[in-house]
Design a protein around this ligand. Sequence first.
Ligand code: G
Ligand code: G
Ligand code: MN
Ligand code: NA
Length: 255
Amino acid sequence: QAERDVLQAALLEGHIMPYYQPKVSLKTQRICGFEALARWVDPSGHVREPAAFLPQIDELKLSGRLLDRILGNVLQDVASLRDYGLDPGQVSVNLPEVALASQPGRERIDALLDTFPDAVPHLTFEITEDVFIARSGDTIQTAITRLRDRGLRISLDDFGTGYASFQHLRQLDFDELKIDTSFTASLGKDRTTEVIVKGFLAIARGLEVDVVAEGVETQEQEDELISLNCTMAQGYRYGRAMPFEEVRSLLVGAD
Ligand code: G
Ligand code: G
Ligand code: MN
Ligand code: NA
């Protein structure tokens, strides 16, 4: 209970917030968007990463509250950038399974989106394949279709690491596929990985969806991805997740 109170207070008082990791176009080498990643920032300035608090959030059934906070902040930040005349590009938010599976979860998302209609076209929701495992696929599919109809994009996160990845491709219309860090890390080192990534990119081209390679750290990985015609990348090579004020400065500088 004490732990729950601490987490709930951190959420209510706004200490848990999105940081933003840039996504880069491999064609232009320019920033084309960001992924919002939750951080818990103490009043002392100490920053905790999701691994330190997401498990408790799940356990204490606070993931709905977390999404309210992260999505609410992201919409506000996107709207504020637009007010400055800046283009944030596509901003991704990680969606937990319960957000789509439960009626209250879906209603909360709708209510938040209604508050910032101009920010909605900038939004991408990242879902992992585990959203399909726990509940009936039909409910999830309907929820996803409704969101896409509102003009936001759906991205399949950690692609290739889950159970029955190809089955999900057949059941779901989506807009983007994210190649997991574990594949990127083996590029240039392991022929099997290269063949698999090449296959992912061929599938994405055939389905006409975007691809983002995650966890890009080196020039070699980038060169390899470019030679495979991958269009977007994300990783420490381009930048770590940063607070909103830094995003604004970065975009002002890029203008
Ligand atoms: O930021 P970092 O690379 O440490 O993120 C670790 C993991 O936490 C990633 O798998 C990411 O998807 C997840 N994560 C980060 N922010 C959020 C969030 O706001 N909501 C959910 N559900 N997961 C998040
Ligand atoms: O949502 P997802 O699980 O994909 O979250 C992305 C995770 O990958 C975050 O934990 C983020 O901190 C991490 N990450 C981002 N860039 C890099 C990178 O270049 N290398 C590695 N190893 N991890 C990264
Ligand atoms: Mn993600
Ligand atoms: Na990922």
